[in-house]
Design a protein around this ligand. Structure first.
Ligand code: ASP
Length: 429
């Protein structure tokens, strides 16, 4: 048949159906074409009656000689960590491949060429589920380089896979004290070739936020709802991926979003107080060899599982309710393991499975026992992922006594004294 990968074709099937689209893969028995509406369709070769290539207009390269990159515009640094955002369909390979040269980014999002001068760097091509502490160090060093450049950027956008985006957002919030500009993590749940893609809207909203506000900090920019009305700017320490596939997967937890960006006119509506300090930035790194475990409390926990805590440097226990873990006679081994781990120097903190609300280790006897043993986290409303990164940051950069003091202090907005979702509980003390 007359078609090859990457070609625009018209296929007539034996049963009378007609398809027009671009060939994205040719396998032994089937060909897959991408239809104009963005969806892919697989067709058995044996069912194709006729295939005609469609003539395409030749691609005119920057015909009017307008510079794609205008250095007079405010500078935007884009750092790529990977993920679906800012990637394009590779018709040869059939998958999506990252776009990281400034010209390539502009070819995908042409409006950017009139708004910003882009400088970009590929930090990693990873799926975020593969993230390690060493990757965070690479990212901090790329941010430092961007800030030291001759022409200072107005903001930094980090394109990142969504799965662990909130871990990176929390980590950067701790690793960069007093960021002098907005550092915005942008992800997307649907790649840019799909009709429902959120790549462009999330990226454009982040760019407009950088251009129109004076905010400084680590933020996430993501769809507010499943419609295309607005995006939210969320603070890096209080957001979490709460849906596996929806475009509004990220939600602010125990706090409000910072701002809403309209996708109609990119205006900003402030939803809480703008962050804007003028202190000198300070950079930290993670110890890449640090072992921090996360233990999710559930019925019938076993020794083999929790025993791993003895081999850790630190641990986050994701406890039930106000911060509990079974400690009765049948679960006595838990108490023993925690005691032994703490005496060996393991630093342990507890966070709530409920995500919303605050830990109180004063209400039930199990909580009081944990507190007596030196488990951290009493009164904290930090997310487990934020607590994990905070502990990693503290253990990488501070002495033991300092860690015990700093963990319960609000360093980067990760702990709020009063949560809007807070319910009354009776404190036994
Ligand atoms: N698994 C991917 C990642 O987190 C999904 C995405 O790109 O959003 O990297």
């Amino acid at each position: 048949m007359n078609y090859k990968t990457g070609q625009l074709v018209q296929l007539s099937l034996k049963d009378g159906r007609e398809y027009e689209g671009r060939v994205i893969s040719i396998k032994e028995e089937r060909i897959i074409i991408k239809l104009k509406n963005g969806y892919n369709v697989g067709i058995f070769k044996k069912n194709v009656r006729d295939a005609k290539p469609i003539k395409e207009k030749p691609v005119v390269k920057n015909e009017n000689k307008k510079p794609l990159l205008n250095k007079k515009l405010p500078k935007l640094t884009i750092l790529h960590m990977g993920g679906t955002i800012a990637s394009k369909v590779d018709y040869e390979l059939g998958g999506v491949s990252p776009l990281f040269e400034p010209e390539e980014i502009i070819s995908l999002f042409p409006e950017l060429s009139t708004l910003v001068y882009i400088e970009s760097k590929l930090v990693s091509r990873m799926l975020s589920e593969n993230l390690r502490f060493s990757d965070l160090n690479k990212l901090v060093s790329a941010i430092k380089d961007a800030l030291n450049a001759e022409k200072k950027p107005k903001g930094i956008i980090i394109t990142h896979g969504t799965d662990m985006l909130h871990y990176t957002a929390a980590a950067l919030s701790f690793l960069i004290e007093n960021p002098p500009l907005p550092i915005i993590l942008v992800g997307s749940q649907r790649s840019s070739d799909r009709p429902s893609s959120d790549s462009k809207s999330n990226l454009m909203a982040a760019v407009h936020f950088i251009l129109k506000s004076e905010s400084k900090g680590v933020f996430i920019c993501i769809h507010e709802s499943s419609s295309d009305n607005s995006c939210l700017i969320l603070r890096g320490t209080n957001a979490r991926k709460m849906h596996s596939s929806r475009r509004d997967a990220f939600k602010p937890i125990n706090t409000e979003a910072l701002a809403r960006i309209s996708l109609k006119d990119y205006s900003i509506e402030w939803l809480s107080k703008e962050e804007n300090q003028n202190k000198a930035p300070k950079f930290y790194t993670m110890n890449p060899n640090l072992k921090i475990g996360m233990f999710y409390v559930h019925p019938s926990m076993c020794k083999e599982e929790l025993g791993g805590i003895l081999k850790m440097d630190g641990a986050i226990i994701i406890g039930t309710g106000l911060g509990h873990i079974g400690l009765n006679d049948e679960n006595e081994f838990i108490l023993k393991l925690i005691k032994e781990a703490i005496s060996k120097g393991v630093i342990i903190a507890i966070t709530p499975q409920t995500l919303f609300g605050r830990i109180s280790l004063n209400v039930y006897s199990t909580g009081r026992k944990l507190k007596e043993l030196g488990v951290l986290g009493h009164e904290s409303n930090m997310l487990p992922e934020t607590a994990f990164m905070k502990l990693a940051f503290l253990m990488s950069n501070f002495k033991k006594e300092e860690i015990y003091e700093l963990y319960n202090k609000n360093l980067r907005g990760e702990l709020s004294m009063k949560s809007p979702y807070e319910d009354d509980y009776i404190d036994a003390d």
